[in-house]
Design a protein around this ligand. Structure first.
Ligand SMILES: Cc1cc2nc3c(=O)[nH]c(=O)nc-3n(C[C@H](O)[C@H](O)[C@H](O)COP(=O)(O)O)c2cc1C
Length: 177
């Protein structure tokens, strides 16, 4: 079983990254192989609604760094989406990636995969309602299973590293996958 973690925070080694690493620690403990990609390392253009991905090959017509990310997404059995809350939604970079998942609708390439959501925010779970719902509905539309989420209160860089409860929860989610 393969796990792909997509980090939608620009801050490497900070809250999203730390929580996702804990989930991956649990996954590796269970013998799963894991890959982690920092979305801010990639040039991801916005979907232009050209609808070419609805035709025969179900491929995105935009030739940018998503062409490197698509194969990892297709190969993974479990996808971890890690994003901080930015204005009660995901970061712009994560939203760009989600919009570019459109080829997976016609191509049905996400069907049956498991999805996990990892979200730090200053205000904690109450700030994540819209984001949580967005991912739930999107996973549903893609035919994915929403497995679990971790919504953690953290603001300063790497602040979550002192939150033993949420780190344990993240690890346990990884073990459960
Ligand atoms: C542009 C921007 C918008 C943000 N919007 C919110 C928000 O609406 N609600 C909230 O609770 N935290 C908000 N935050 C705080 C981040 O979610 C928080 O600092 C988070 O821990 C950052 O995660 P990271 O360390 O992985 O980058 C915002 C931060 C930034 C930079």
């Amino acid at each position: 079983m393969k796990v792909l973690a997509l980090i939608g925070s620009p801050r490497k080694g900070s809250n999203t990254d730390i929580l996702v690493d804990k989930v991956l620690e649990g996954c590796k403990e269970k013998g799963l192989t894991a890959e982690k990609l920092y979305l801010y390392d990639f040039n991801i253009s916005a979907c232009t609604d050209c609808r070419l991905c609805k035709s025969d090959n179900y491929e995105c017509a935009i030739k940018d760094d998503m062409q490197q990310i698509y194969p990892s997404m297709v190969e993974a059995d479990i996808l971890i989406f890690g994003t901080p809350v930015y204005w009660y939604g995901p970061t712009g970079k994560m939203k760009l990636l989600i919009d570019r998942m459109r080829p997976f609708i016609a191509g049905k390439k996400m069907q049956g995969k498991k999805g996990v959501l990892v979200v730090p925010s200053e205000e904690g779970p109450k700030a994540c309602k819209a984001l949580l719902e967005m991912f739930r509905m999107s996973f549903d539309y893609l035919g994915m299973e929403f497995v679990d989420s971790i919504l953690s209160a953290a603001y300063e860089r790497a602040e979550v590293s002192s939150n033993k409860k949420d780190l344990k929860k993240a690890y346990e989610i990884g073990i459960s996958l």
